[in-house]
Ligand binder design. Sequence first.
Ligand SMILES: Cc1cc2nc3c(=O)[nH]c(=O)nc-3n(C[C@H](O)[C@H](O)[C@H](O)COP(=O)(O)OP(=O)(O)OC[C@H]3O[C@@H](n4cnc5c(N)ncnc54)[C@H](O)[C@@H]3O)c2cc1C
Length: 510
Amino acid sequence: MPEPLIVFESNVRFVNWHRNVQVEVARLYDAWNRWSDRSRPTTRRWEPGLRALSRIVQHAEADGKRVRALGGAWSLSEAAVTRDYMVNTKPLNYVDVGLKPENVDPAYAGNPEYLVFTQCGTSVLELNRILERRGLALPTSGASNGQTFCGAFSTGTHGAANMVGSMQDYVAGLHVVGEGGRDYWVEPASRPVVSRKFCETLGTELRRDDRLFNALLVSFGSFGLIHAALFMAVPIYLLERHVRPYSYDRVRPSLSTLDVSGLDLPDGRGLPFHYEVVLNPYARRDRQGAYVRFMYQRPYSALPAAPTTTDTRVIMRPSDDVLSVIGAIGDVAPALLPYAVEELLEREFEPQDGELGTPAQAFGSTTLRGSVVSTELGVPLLHAENAVEAVLAVANDFPFAGLAAVRYVRASAALLAFTHHEPFTCTIELPAAGSQRALEAYDRIWNELERRNVPYTLHWGQILKNDPAHFRRAYGTRLDAWLAARRAFLTPAGRRTFSNDLLERAGLAS
Ligand SMILES: Cc1cc2nc3c(=O)[nH]c(=O)nc-3n(C[C@H](O)[C@H](O)[C@H](O)COP(=O)(O)OP(=O)(O)OC[C@H]3O[C@@H](n4cnc5c(N)ncnc54)[C@H](O)[C@@H]3O)c2cc1C
């Protein structure tokens, strides 16, 4: 077999998308679907990429270095970072839509035509385009599309499709390159999907194991380099989008109940497919300051304006991605913050009433890239109102240049999903202009939640608490199961190879 193309730069400065994580990296590898003579295979087009990942792991092991895959570099935490070897996976974007019957386990109950095999580096944007052409869609995604598929689910990325869950929740199987560069197909024993023939074609070893699968789903690079994933797409649908301003007092009763009957929505009392509340923490409670964005799922039909699949701006506004717009506030004096946030939200959240678009058009691209920080809380639905109150109390006591975006998702089975709270997790994202003051506000908010006895988790791709006790409280026996699955899959040397500072600080490395 030919050797894969292996390229790396030494002593590179890595900077993430929002520039809040910067480190010197000993080697930054690029993994390509090319052989060492630069040629690309005409069949098994994924194969050089798989071999490259395997070789890179072997290099790291031989050099006594740690290694970590990098997706789109959109995480605001240090999840993707090590000072040793990092791997840019974005060129690995082979996608195959629909599995042949012989590649599917006879027990698989779903439609094999909706199963999508994707290499790790394919972006959400690329997947949206490919799926739309085939009359399919992602069941859910984040608010915009720059993540790689594997990078997104590895931290538990979610949207506001409350009945669907997060991105990891529609992954059916994973192909991971672990210790020694050996690769494994991992899927749940309780929901087998692929056949032995599928694994023979990949040349991989099949591991059917619920605990391992649920540990690997949200593991931020800690089990190895994930080469590919198999996920379940759905038939394409349309989203009918609305944005309406309310007062906080009017929206408040929905926060812990998801009872939207007081909001006079077009479809009545039913909870929309996508329900999100963006709050100006400084607005008077009886005045406009809560912007409700909701979308109904509608059957697909060709849109009158016939937008192309590359037109991602049809119903997308910059403000859909609260993380991106908030940088615009910049360095405003604390006393002026309430006015700055009010003006930003009024400008960005213009009312909208029923514009239709596909998921690709609804969750489109962002080019905004200010200096931004963000932390995101996950709390059980019942505690949502109390958690929002905690955020508002801190913001009013200690103003910071930020806002709060509240979304809801169904509980995830992934052991370290920050959206594991049953039956629904309320997520409260707190994007802010990058400053020491915002980081201090996050500390105060976490303390206030603890004072109020609100159980909470934190999004792995956003600012995290530097305290192992927090992670133990937040995940309890799920954390023990995750550690046990990792210990069963990797030797102590392997656990070191696939760890980083974040893992050590969270008490997850050993
Ligand atoms: C503008 C913006 C908008 C966002 N919107 C949302 C949102 O709406 N909802 C939400 O939940 N989050 C959101 N986020 C957070 C973001 O979705 C997550 O941080 C996500 O993990 C980033 O994906 P990525 O591809 O950039 O991965 P990276 O940030 O590069 O990596 C994330 C983790 O995945 C691991 N990883 C990546 N590829 C592999 C692989 N092949 N094998 C093993 N491990 C791998 C990395 O090691 C790292 O631990 C947003 C972030 C930004 C900057």
